[in-house]
Design a protein around this ligand. Structure first.
Ligand SMILES: [Zn+2]
Length: 127
C-alpha cells in the first residue's frame, strides 16, 4: 500500500477556491467530491447520537455548532489513476483549532496515530 498522503485544509468560506488551489481539473473534482462526502457525513451525523468531532479536539459538530468551520482532507499523494476513486479521508475542524499556532503539529500528531509512518505533505489554504 502506498503510504504517502497529503493533507489539505479548506475553510468553509474558501470552498469556492478549490479550482484555484488544485493542480489539475481532475484534482479539483476529487477534492470537491471528497469535501461534499465529508460535509454530508458530518451533517448526517449531527442529527444522530454520535455526531462527528473535530480532528484535533473534542468539539462536537452538532446543532448549534454544525457545520464545521473548516474541513481537512487526507488524499493519496500518488493516486492510482486506473481506479475510479482517489482514496480520501475527510474530517471537520473547529475554528479554535484552526486558529491555533500549532495547528499543523496537532494535525500531524493525529494523522500519525491514524496512519503510522505516513509521509505528509501539508497544504494549508487560508482565505
Ligand atoms: Zn477542534
Amino acid at each position: 500500500m502506498n503510504s504517502a498522503f497529503e493533507f489539505w485544509v479548506f475553510a468553509l468560506d474558501d470552498l469556492a477556491n478549490i479550482a484555484l488551489h488544485a493542480r489539475t481539473d481532475d484534482e479539483a473534482a476529487e477534492i470537491a467530491h471528497a469535501l461534499r462526502s465529508t460535509f454530508n457525513e458530518v451533517i448526517r451525523k449531527a442529527k444522530s447520537e454520535h455526531p462527528a468531532v473535530c480532528l484535533c479536539c473534542d468539539h462536537v459538530f452538532a446543532p448549534p455548532n454544525a457545520p464545521p468551520f473548516a474541513f481537512g482532507l487526507v488524499l493519496e499523494m500518488f493516486p492510482d489513476r486506473t481506479k475510479e476513486d482517489r482514496q480520501a479521508v475527510g474530517t471537520g475542524i473547529c475554528r479554535r483549532c484552526l486558529d491555533r499556532p500549532d495547528f499543523m503539529d496537532l494535525v500531524k500528531q493525529s494523522l500519525q496515530e491514524a496512519y503510522p509512518g505516513v509521509t505528509m505533505r501539508e497544504m494549508r489554504l487560508d482565505s
